[in-house]
Design a protein around this ligand. Sequence first.
Ligand SMILES: [Zn+2]
Ligand SMILES: [Zn+2]
Length: 151
Amino acid sequence: MSTTDIAITLLLDKDGFLRRECPNCKRQFKCLPTKDKANKQSQLQYYCPYCGKLANINDWWTKKQVQYIKQKLSKVTEPELKKFTKDLERLNQPGSLVRIEPKYKLPPEPLPFHEPNDMRKVEPPCHMREPLKICENWNKLVICLICGKPF
Ligand SMILES: [Zn+2]
Ligand SMILES: [Zn+2]
């Protein structure tokens, strides 16, 4: 598991769904993150379940998620940063003319991410294994993420 996977796992709701935001209509829904690497195929784009627009797989992050993942990933460099600082400190010999003041700022500890278990679960008949969660009050047709078929 890579660090990105871990960061993403923390963003899931109780049912393991990941919140997504359509880059076109800005509406939010949830889908299951792809766990099965063999099943991944070459799904590089998804249809929005509301407006039906296609968007690249990397365009669906909500602002909150991007912020959180960035903070999480920035923690990775912390031990390296500390080691580097120690090395610098060792250079500070008594009487040395040059004094190196190692300064680094640690990124703030990310707040625990809370993903509420909201929204209504639906299963597209064309892709039963790709359930999604949509807004409770959405009463129009839902578009299948994978093939763009309304149901
Ligand atoms: Zn949309
Ligand atoms: Zn489908």
